[in-house]
Design a binder for this molecule. Structure first.
Ligand code: NAD
Length: 484
């Protein structure tokens, strides 16, 4: 375990290019999920702090928009450069804060750098159109920033989520007030500080920490915030969307999932078992698009489950800083939730084929560790097949025919992602077309690429993050009609 950087005892807000104490002088505690130890104190922001942050963001917006688009792109590229330079420190802190294995945190910092690099290239290519509406008029469109954008992010990928919506908002010329999840504030605060070091004018990227019901609510309700983006649970997403509707403010929603991963009889079963294991254990199952409903054709069920269990047996669970396959889940609350779902599954009549227990050997006793858990004989009506558990738990559901697989896959209120495994290319594309999901993976379950649009069908969300498509969500369109 190499300690790379000291963790501060106390973290303030980052507003107007500097560290700012909370006006109410209150702080809350956050813990290291690998050990249960206190990690630090964080400013408990409320409406007064958000007021200061929005004022700063309004001024920052003016400064940011004095720059030419290509100059804004250059700053974003510098941010990417600094992220890579500080990768080890940031990854170390991300692992302490979230329980992610170090190599996953390094990957996440790199992904954040890629968001800024990609959007750095996009900043001077946000184009309008000339529309042939009349011979006497020149009609053209421009994409303009909203002004101050409010970002509410979750704890399962703090630095990637901050980069995902942050980089595109900045590329489009907006300024930001961001509220990280109360469990995992550190790298979002440091990202904002690093942005200033890279040349972002002060006030363009502000971070207010605190609870959702206090700081989060204040961001959602502030009249100076002209566009919102929320990543988190459906329940909170619906609540904030209703608040946004009262103010008639556009909102992007990136919500939960219960994604199907379908294994057909003609699949490469070894590859499918590897892919199925990775998607449900990665980040200790705390991934919105994880393939947690594993639909398996009945005639290959036994041989597939055997292979899957062999794969799951290779998973090493441990302290994030020892770089295991998976670390702990993020909090005691999340651990309780997962254990509760495991007992619900057993009561519903599903059978545990692997795992199911909290890990409590002496090294791990105080952390929030749970075994990867495989349920078989699940039906799609059980709660463990319908509700998002957000832990390393997979539910295997049998099916007979392709039609039945599609029907079960689509029988969910969610529609974030879906995967399928088959060596028949016709079947792959035929089924992909019928699946109700924002991303579909064929013979590899991986939401790769900052370039590829990502977002939900149905209750999994509204709007798209990543790729060029996301620019539409962070700009408003103006049509100009000029007599010639
Ligand atoms: P959550 O909804 O409880 O919290 C998310 C964020 O919202 C946190 O920052 C929280 O403080 C804030 N919040 C809570 N109440 C609020 C309120 N009243 N007003 C404003 N903000 C408020 O979600 P969570 O449990 O922290 O995150 C896990 C969820 O996020 C899962 O459902 C997961 O699928 C989803 N998620 C989705 C994506 C995606 O891209 N679709 C990515 C990551 C996570």
């Amino acid at each position: 375990m190499n300690q790379v950087i000291d963790v501060k005892e106390k973290y303030n807000h980052f507003i107007d290019g500097k560290w700012v104490e909370p006006i109410n002088k209150e702080y809350f505690e956050a813990y290291n999920p690998s050990t249960g130890d206190l990690l630090g104190l964080f400013a408990r922001g409320d409406a007064e702090d958000v007021e200061v942050a929005v004022k700063s963001a309004e001024e920052g917006f003016q400064a940011w928009n004095k720059k030419k688009p290509y100059e804004r792109g250059q700053v974003l590229n510098k941010i990417a450069h600094l992220l890579r330079e500080k990768k080890e420190d940031l990854a170390y802190l991300e692992s302490l804060d979230t329980g992610k294995p170090l190599s996953v945190s390094r990957f996440d910092v790199e992904t954040c750098a890629r968001y800024f690099e990609y959007m750095g290239g996009v900043a001077d290519k946000i184009l309008g159109e000339v529309i042939p509406a009349s011979n006497e008029h020149l009609v053209y469109t421009e994409r303009e920033p909203y002004g101050v954008t409010g970002h509410i992010v979750p704890w399962n990928g703090p630095i990637t989520m901050a980069g995902r919506s942050g980089a595109v908002a900045l590329a489009a010329g907006n300024s930001i007030v961001m509220k990280p999840a109360e469990q995992t504030c550190i790298t979002t605060l440091l990202l904002a500080e690093l942005c200033i070091e890279a040349g972002l004018p002060k006030g363009v990227f502000n971070v207010v920490t605190g609870y959702g019901s206090e700081a989060g609510e204040a961001v959602v309700n502030h009249p100076g915030i002209r566009k919102l983006t929320f990543t988190g649970s459906v329940k909170t997403g619906v609540h904030v969307a209703m608040k946004a509707a009262e103010r008639v403010v556009p909102i992007s929603l990136e919500l939960g999932g219960k994604s199907p991963n379908i294994v057909f009889e003609d699949a490469d079963l070894d590859a499918a078992a590897k892919g199925a294991m990775k998607t449900f254990v990665m980040n200790s199952g705390q991934i919105c698009c994880a393939g947690t409903r594993l639909l398996v054709q009945k005639n290959v069920m036994d041989s597939f489950v055997e292979r899957l269990i062999e794969e799951v047996q290779t998973v090493r669970v441990g302290n994030a800083l020892e770089d295991p396959t998976i670390g702990p889940v993020v909090s005691q609350e999340q651990l309780d939730r997962i254990q509760n779902y495991i007992s619900i599954g057993e009561k519903e009549g599903a059978e545990i084929a692997y795992g199911g227990k909290r890990l409590e050997d002496c090294q791990l006793a105080n952390g929030y560790f749970v075994e990867p858990t495989v349920f078989k004989n699940v039906t799609n009506s059980m709660r463990i097949a319908r509700e998002e558990i957000f832990g390393p738990v997979v539910s295997i559901i049998p099916f007979d025919t392709e039609e039945e697989a599609v029907e079960i896959a689509n029988d969910s209120e969610y529609g974030l992602a879906a995967g399928l495994w088959s060596q028949n290319i016709h079947r792959c594309h035929r089924v992909a077309k019928q699946l109700q999901a924002g991303q579909v993976y064929l013979n590899d379950y991986q939401p790769i690429g900052v370039e590829a649009p990502f977002g939900g069908y149905k209750k999994s969300g509204i709007g798209r993050e990543k790729g060029l498509e996301s620019i539409h969500d962070y700009t408003q369109l103006k049509t100009i009609i000029s007599k010639i």
